[in-house]
Design a protein around this ligand. Structure first.
Ligand SMILES: O=C(O)CCC(=O)C(=O)O
Ligand SMILES: [Fe+2]
Length: 330
């Protein structure tokens, strides 16, 4: 895979603001039951299907990643952002093809967010590009990256099964796919009226798994378009559907529009692990989900196409997923 990188997100137009978002409990998936071969797995697959179809998000319990691995990854993230400006500056670049990129410009959708983005799989190929400061960053983040990928692969197989495609549908393509870590830092909200760290967007890949240090994630209810404040109990992982899973599912599952609010009492870090197919692998609407009533609704595309995409006059300033949707009138 080439060293190209690194935007994992596609813009969506800002929705009409509604008041303070309601705290909402997300559907819960018991990961340990996905390891079983009896009816328990099938019951969880049905829960995955309902969650993906209705809201596009769920939270995972009993995933087997220890509290200390999660805490060490968050502390590595925190320590990176606290490291001297000079050591972070080495990763600043307007070139999105860099294997590691740091940005604190607060431009575009980054209302008040600094981030470090880097690939994580295969780890041995990418870890040499990761920050050396703090000295424990590579070991702590590397361990989390490996463990979260194990969870992600199992969840993606479960999601394929929930679509009726069978968990082996994509063969080895998931195993060969990309993993991109977006490590985010937000200041505490101190100025009245400045409440948003990251503006509304959807993520590019199949799924994103999010580990935050405190609340702040908000997702839009796909039916009512009302913002919901995500409640994430300690030790759980938040999972949401990305653009390419919407395309593969031919619209059965929808990408999740989300944003990050600033916390009133704490600065915040979050680690978003984004999983999808390999850089040049095209994602197509599954033939099995296409028939006379459900024609193909998406153009095929790859991660490379996403990196090459930028909203413009030509694309009518559409978001990436909108640019893939086949307009019935076209
Ligand atoms: O920090 C969060 O809660 C959201 C981060 C996010 O959406 C992203 O990195 O794409
Ligand atoms: Fe995101």
């Amino acid at each position: 895979m080439s060293a190209a990188l690194l935007s994992s997100i596609s813009l969506v137009p800002p929705p009409v603001p509604n008041g303070e978002p309601e705290p909402v409990q997300m559907p819960v998936i018991d990961f340990s039951k996905l390891q079983q071969t009896d009816g328990s797995r099938l019951a969880v697959i049905r829960d995955v299907e309902t969650a993906c179809r209705e809201i596009g998000c769920f939270q995972v319990i009993n995933h087997g990643i220890s509290k200390s691995v999660m805490e060490r990854a968050l502390s590595a993230a925190n320590d990176f952002f606290k490291s001297p400006a000079q050591s972070k500056a080495e990763f600043m670049s307007p070139d999105i093809t860099k294997p590691v990129r740091y940005d604190c410009s607060n431009e575009g959708i980054n209302k008040s967010r600094s981030y470090l983005k880097h690939y994580a799989h295969p780890l041995e190929e990418w870890i040499k590009f990761w920050p050396r400061e703090p000295p424990s960053y590579r070991i702590k983040m590397g361990q989390y990256a490996v463990e979260i990928r194990r969870v992600a692969l199992c969840l993606m197989h479960a999601i394929l099964q929930s679509l009726g495609l069978g968990q082996a549908y994509l063969g080895t393509k998931l195993e060969e796919g990309i993993q991109l870590l977006a490590v985010n830092s937000y200041p505490q909200s101190t100025q009245p009226g400045v409440t948003l760290g990251l503006a509304p967007h959807s993520d590019y890949g199949f799924i994103t798994i999010l580990l935050p240090s405190c609340p702040g994630l908000e997702v839009m209810d796909p039916k009512t378009k009302v913002w919901m404040s995500v409640q994430q109990p300690a030790d759980t992982l938040h999972v949401h559907i990305g653009d390419h899973l919407e395309a593969l599912s031919n619209g059965k599952y929808r990408t999740v529009v989300h944003r990050a609010a600033l916390h009133s009492e704490n600065s915040r870090v979050s680690i978003a692990s984004i999983h999808g197919l390999a850089m040049n692998e095209k994602v197509r609407s599954a033939e099995e989900l296409v028939d006379e009533q459900n024609p193909v609704m998406y153009k095929e595309s790859s991660f490379r196409d996403f990196l090459d995409f930028s909203p413009s006059k030509e694309t009518k300033n559409k978001s990436y997923i909108d640019s893939l949707r086949i307009d019935a009138a076209e």
